[in-house]
Design a protein around this ligand. Structure first.
Ligand code: EPZ
Length: 421
């Protein structure tokens, strides 16, 4: 077990390179199953969720080789369905993508009930309804989800009640080699959906409309391997942007798509930070010299403000002058970190899906817990702007999705280290 120790109060400066997007890399890695061929995926973040995904691929027969720290070759010729071990599947949410990928290639699939960060119930009903509409029978067996389509899947029109990222990914995976035209309406529009479709189209798929709310997939007979580079991680980028706004200073982010950051940039500007972008160079600069002012954030599906960025904004709202609110519009219980901020002196209250922050407060360092991946990043940001020393435990959850967070912040001038507990 390790902990992160931060001595707060230092401004940040310099440049930071943003890694590839975890939530794009994961569906793409599972999508390689559909090719039965060799794929080379670049800009893969070496985070622990990716390691687990690769372990799952190995366990079902794929050959996996890291070529560099961020380039991985996956050959799925030897993959067999229904072999993934429960203990691996249950460690992450994205293991659910095995269902769509195995169904698409083998017409049968089995996955241990997916785990992942805990912020209330995380149902899979939309995934299952979609598979059933495409002709699969779905059941549970001893903690596994089992899906079978003995006569093969068929194309269908699927309307999603909610633009779920996971259901959209799974239905794309199931549909790419299913004969006929499958249409997903009210699909998720996140950039990682478009990146998955780009990857699959390079492999020979015919997917149109990814990134919009109607996706049309014409089933092709087979896919082949390809090389693909994963898009930059907008949540990692937003986390560094929030960190600079909290700690003060000026930082340039490299390997970032400014368009993906619109909702986050708008809120940071409202709070008094300066945000500029050079889209061609793939860079953005965030500076904050004046005190922060209050704002209101409502999380929503892309292009709305990302739920995966709301915990990182909470420390900013503690320090901002006035009353700020965060309304969580995606998950039922994503405010567990608030108690930890209160230990640091924050004035926050939660009523249902809204947290209200009364500022400005000068946060004080304290021993706090990283409850989940993004809440852990929020604790780091709180530690950067707090007076005194903050010690964060359970930091392994941060490794699920941030590559070298401590090293990158150190390079920006933070007094931060990671030590054995
Ligand atoms: C993805 O989770 C991300 N995970 C999450 O990021 C992110 O918070 C979430 O999308 C929303 O952006 C990955 O990409 C691996 P959803 P996912 O299906 O796919 C409801 C992180 O920190 N819903 O879009 O599980 C659900 O309850 C993680 O990197 C149903 O009702 O999210 C939620 O309210 C945490 N039935 C909403 O839809 C379903 O069958 C959005 O969920 C599926 C979802």
């Amino acid at each position: 077990m390790e902990k992160i120790i931060i001595k707060g109060g230092r401004r940040l400066g310099g440049e930071v390179s943003v890694s590839g997007m975890k939530n794009a890399a994961l569906p793409i890695l599972f999508a390689t199953i559909l090719t039965g061929d060799k794929c080379v995926i670049d800009n893969v973040p070496p985070v622990s969720d990716v390691t687990i995904a690769l372990d799952i691929l190995r366990a079902i027969g794929a050959e996996v080789t890291w070529r560099t720290r961020t380039r991985v070759a996956v050959n799925t010729a030897g993959v067999r369905p229904c072999l993934s071990p429960y203990q691996l599947d249950n460690q992450m949410r994205a293991s659910a993508y095995l269902l769509g990928a195995e169904l698409g290639r083998f017409s049968r699939a089995r996955v241990g009930w997916p785990g992942g960060c805990n912020f209330g119930t995380r149902p899979l009903d939309l995934h299952i309804k979609g598979f059933e509409t495409m002709g699969a029978a779905v059941s549970t067996d001893s903690g596994y989800i089992v899906a079978e389509a003995p006569n093969g899947l068929h194309a269908a029109s699927v309307y999603l009640d909610i633009p779920s990222v996971g259901a959209t990914v799974n239905l794309i995976l199931a549909a790419v080699t299913t004969p006929g035209t499958t249409v997903i309406t009210n699909a998720a529009r996140e950039p990682h959906i478009a990146d998955l479709a780009d990857f699959l189209n390079k492999c020979g798929a015919d997917i149109r409309g990814a990134g919009e709310d109607e996706i049309v997939i014409r089933g092709v007979e087979r896919l082949h391997g390809c090389s693909h580079t994963v898009i930059p991680d907008m949540i990692e980028a937003g986390t560094y942007m929030a960190a600079v706004a909290a700690a003060g200073g000026s930082v340039t982010l490299r390997n970032v798509v400014a368009d993906h950051m619109d909702s986050v940039s708008a809120k940071l500007r409202e709070m008094g930070a300066e945000v500029t972008a050079d889209a061609e160079a793939g860079t953005m600069t965030v500076s904050r010299t004046a005190p922060l002012c209050a704002t209101h954030v409502k999380t929503y599906f892309y292009p709305g403000f990302p739920t995966d960025m709301q915990p990182q904004f909470a420390p900013l709202m503690c320090c901002a002058e006035g009353i700020s609110t965060i309304s969580e519009g995606v998950w039922s219980n994503r405010f567990r970190y608030v108690d930890e901020l209160c230990k640091m002196g924050a004035h926050v209250s939660v009523d249902g899906s809204t947290a209200t922050f009364i500022g400005p407060v000068t946060l004080q360092g304290a021993p706090v817990v990283a409850f989940d991946l993004r809440a852990g990043a929020a604790m780091v940001i709180a530690g950067l702007c707090a007076g005194g020393q903050t010690e964060i435990t359970n930091v392994e959850v941060i490794d699920r999705g941030f590559y070298n967070l401590v090293g990158k912040l150190k390079k920006l001038g933070a007094d931060i280290k990671r030590v054995e507990e």
